[in-house]
Design a protein around this ligand. Sequence first.
Ligand SMILES: Nc1ncnc2c1ncn2[C@@H]1O[C@H](COP(=O)(O)OP(=O)(O)O)[C@@H](O)[C@H]1O
Ligand SMILES: [Mg+2]
Length: 266
Amino acid sequence: MRRFKTEKDSDYFKIVDDAINAYTWAAIVKLQERKVIDDVLGAIGQGKEAKIILAKRGESYAVLKVFYPILIRFVKSRYGYILGDPRFRRLKISDQLHLVETWCRKEFGNLSRAYSAGVKTPKPYGFYRNVMAMEFVGIDKTPAPLLADVGLENLEDPDHVFYEVVKNLEKTYIFAGLVHSDLSPFNILYDGKDPWIIDWGSAVRRGHPKELEYLRRDVERVLEFFETPLPPEDLFKRLVERGAWRGSIDIDEEGWLLIGGKRILD
Ligand SMILES: Nc1ncnc2c1ncn2[C@@H]1O[C@H](COP(=O)(O)OP(=O)(O)O)[C@@H](O)[C@H]1O
Ligand SMILES: [Mg+2]
């Protein structure tokens, strides 16, 4: 039986980490060459599987979302269980990198679709391999806080924020043909006035087998935060019904979708 040595394993992870860093830097340099961003300023956040980095873009800023290979993390966090398993040794680094590139491309595609549909979300600037660049939401170099961290009681105008979230939810479903699938106050930024929807990695196209399950969950999480008397099932049904509309759709002066001449909320 094969014996494993701890030093060897740490060497292995060091090499993998270095490879990922070199690979990520090359992608960032590519985005600079393409003039998507200018100087890189530094990390401003850490997500579950991605790092958020602030960069200059002309006179303004951009955010880089850098995806790290998930399997490496997986292997690390389960170090003890997995080191004896030779199957994990055979997974090539390039395969793992390929997985995050796919994820990055998917998230960028969803973000672009939502943005084009008029959803209030950071403007997509470009992506390369495992790095995507988008509009920075914040003041000076300080990112806007999450709605979850601000809290309902600290919103200046909670009704306004709620209505904006509902408008965006409806535009996502009806104009972009997407369900966000991870919508919650943890993926909504608050700029002091308006909500911004972020983190489109889990979004699915309408027609996906779990479309309605995900939509219902998104609606529930939003309504839970705003503590509205409106039952989630009610809003969910209205969205689904309106989503089936085949006629023309107008937008009124306040940005509400008019379907059959009616807003989703009266
Ligand atoms: N465009 C942006 N402008 C400002 N801050 C951002 C932006 N995008 C992400 N962030 C910050 O980075 C964090 C992680 O981003 P997110 O896309 O939600 O990643 P994850 O998939 O890891 O949850 C967010 O919670 C937010 O604080
Ligand atoms: Mg998130």
